[in-house]
Design a protein around this ligand. Structure first.
Ligand SMILES: Cc1cc2nc3c(=O)[nH]c(=O)nc-3n(C[C@H](O)[C@H](O)[C@H](O)COP(=O)(O)OP(=O)(O)OC[C@H]3O[C@@H](n4cnc5c(N)ncnc54)[C@H](O)[C@@H]3O)c2cc1C
Length: 284
C-alpha cells in the first residue's frame, strides 16, 4: 500500500512529484520520461517564471534535471483504470495493480470523445487493456476501437485470440491485414448492452460483439476512474483540488482552463498538500 499514486508526467505531475518527495511520501509516479508532448511541442515559452524564453525541450530537460537530482523516478506505464475501493485506490497498469491511500490525477486535458455506453459498461465487456482482458475473449467475437496507429500491436494480439474482430479506426492507413478482422474507418456512435456490452454501432451499422476494446492514447477522466464527477471533459475540483471522491485530487489541464504551465504547476502543488492532509487522517 503506497501513500500516493500520481498519474501523469506533465507540469502538474512534476510539481506534485517534487513536493511528494519533499514531504517524504511513499509514492508512485506514472507517465513517461519524455514528460509531456505539450511541453516538448512548445516552440518558445515566455510566461513561465524563472525560466525566461526557453524552448519546450529546454523546459523538459530542466524538469528532468530537477526530478532526477532528487532521485525521483517515473514509471513509464500507462494507467488503464483507477478504482475507488472505498478507503483506498487501485490502479490497473496492464496486468499489474498498485494500491494507494490517495491519488492525484494529472493526466492533461483529454481530447478523446467518450462513446455513449462506454463508462457504464466499463469492466462489463468494455476494456481498455488487451493484455489484461484479451484472454477472456478467446474464440469469441469482439469489436475494437482504435484511435492511434501506435497501438496496432495490441489489435494483432487480440486478433490472435478472438474468432472475429470488427475494427473501427479513427484514422485511414490502418496496417492490420487479417482474415478474421473486418475494418471500417469511423468513430462508433454507441456501445450497446444492458448489463454487459453486446455490440457496437459504427457508420450506421450495428455489429454484435461479446466484448469491446477501446484502444486510445487518452482516456476520458470519468472513464479512467468510474464515479468521478466531470463536466465538459474536465474533472470537477474545489480550491483544494479535491474531486467528489475522498482521497482523489486532480490538477492541471484536466481540471479546466486556462491551459497553462504555471496553473498546472500551482494546482499540482495544492493537490499534493491536500493529499498530505488526507493521508495523515486515512485509516487503511
Ligand atoms: C504547442 C503548445 C504550446 C504551449 N505553449 C504554452 C506556453 O507558452 N505557456 C503556457 O503556459 N502553456 C503553454 N501550453 C499549454 C501547456 O502545455 C499545458 O497547459 C500544460 O502542459 C498542462 O500540463 P498538465 O500537467 O496538466 O498536462 P500535460 O502536459 O498534458 O501532461 C499530462 C501527461 O500525463 C500523461 N498521461 C495521461 N493519462 C495518463 C495515464 N492514464 N497514465 C499515465 N500517464 C498519463 C500524458 O501522456 C501526458 O504526458 C502549450 C501547449 C501546446 C500544445
Amino acid at each position: 500500500m503506497y501513500d500516493l499514486l500520481i498519474i501523469g508526467s506533465g507540469p502538474a505531475g512534476v510539481s506534485a512529484a517534487l513536493s511528494a518527495k519533499a514531504r517524504n511520501l511513499d509514492f508512485l509516479w506514472f507517465g513517461s520520461r519524455a514528460l509531456s508532448p505539450k511541453i516538448t511541442k512548445a516552440e518558445r515559452v515566455i510566461n513561465y517564471p524563472g525560466l525566461p524564453s526557453i524552448t519546450g525541450t529546454e523546459m523538459r530537460d530542466a524538469f528532468l534535471r530537477q526530478t532526477g537530482s532528487l532521485g525521483i523516478s517515473i514509471l513509464e506505464e500507462r494507467v488503464n483504470a483507477v478504482y475507488d475501493m472505498g478507503g483506498y485506490y487501485t490502479s490497473v497498469v496492464n496486468e499489474k495493480m498498485y494500491d494507494a491511500k490517495a491519488v492525484i490525477l494529472a493526466t492533461g486535458v483529454s481530447s478523446c470523445r467518450e462513446i455513449p455506453g462506454e463508462s457504464r459498461l466499463l469492466g462489463r465487456g468494455v476494456s481498455y487493456c488487451a493484455t489484461c482482458d484479451g484472454g477472456l475473449y478467446r474464440g469469441k467475437r469482439i469489436a475494437v476501437v482504435c484511435t492511434d496507429s501506435s497501438l496496432e500491436e495490441e489489435i494483432e494480439f487480440l486478433a490472435d485470440l478472438a474468432s472475429e474482430v470488427f475494427l473501427c479506426t479513427s484514422y485511414k492507413d490502418c496496417g492490420i491485414r487479417r482474415d478474421n478482422v473486418r475494418h471500417t474507418v469511423g468513430y462508433p456512435m454507441e456501445i450497446l448492452g444492458e448489463s454487459r456490452a453486446s455490440g457496437i454501432v459504427c457508420n450506421g451499422e450495428t455489429v454484435d460483439a461479446d466484448g469491446v476494446f477501446c484502444l486510445r492514447s487518452c482516456v476520458a477522466p470519468a472513464a479512467l476512474l468510474p464515479g468521478l464527477a466531470a463536466e465538459g471533459g474536465h474533472i470537477q475540483v474545489d480550491r483544494q483540488q479535491r474531486t467528489n471522491l475522498p482521497g482523489c485530487f486532480a490538477a492541471g489541464d484536466c481540471t479546466g482552463r486556462p491551459y497553462q504551465y504555471a496553473k498546472a504547476v500551482g494546482e499540482g502543488n495544492v493537490a499534493l498538500h491536500s493529499a498530505v492532509e488526507y493521508i495523515k487522517k486515512a485509516v487503511v
